[in-house]
Design a protein. Structure first.
Length: 145
């Protein structure tokens, strides 16, 4: 079986609650029915940071400024979209972003839905363990601020 490396980037965009107690983050609902973080391919000539900002805008409908990197998610999967199955080694660079504008109603059609969730609820809603770990890291970073 062939092997391929893929690199993507994404972000956890947050906004503080009006009373200063807690934060909300944006999650996207895939057409497969999974709640996930906005993320996608890094396009040619684009930095991981630029890709994260673009993906948050496209999939989540919102704009954000990067606060800093969180971590990189690494995993393997088998792609069945290729003419022959391919084993893919994926790296996803994740960033923490501060919400600056936009609305989740403006998400692209790659997603079924995009919504704000209280950060603890978002952690529980996410389909993948590594994404829950990223939200936990974001929550810890925000609590230190």
């Amino acid at each position: 079986m062939l092997t391929r490396n893929e690199v993507s980037a994404g972000g956890i965009v947050f906004r503080p609650h009006d009373d200063g107690n807690g934060h909300d983050v944006v999650l996207i609902l895939t057409h497969e029915g999974r709640w996930q973080l906005p993320k996608g391919w890094i396009e040619e000539g684009e930095s991981p940071e630029q890709a994260a900002v673009r993906e948050v805008r496209e999939e989540g409908g919102v704009d954000g400024d990067i606060i800093g990197p969180l971590d990189t998610i690494e995993y393997w999967y088998t792609s069945t979209y290729d003419p022959e199955p391919v084993r893919v080694h994926k790296h996803v660079h994740m960033f923490l972003l501060h919400y600056t504008g936009g609305t989740t109603d403006d998400h692209d059609d790659e997603c079924e839905d995009a919504r704000w969730f209280e950060i603890g609820a978002a952690e529980q809603k996410l389909a993948f363990k590594d994404e829950r770990r990223m939200v936990s890291m974001a929550r810890e970073a925000l609590e230190r601020q």
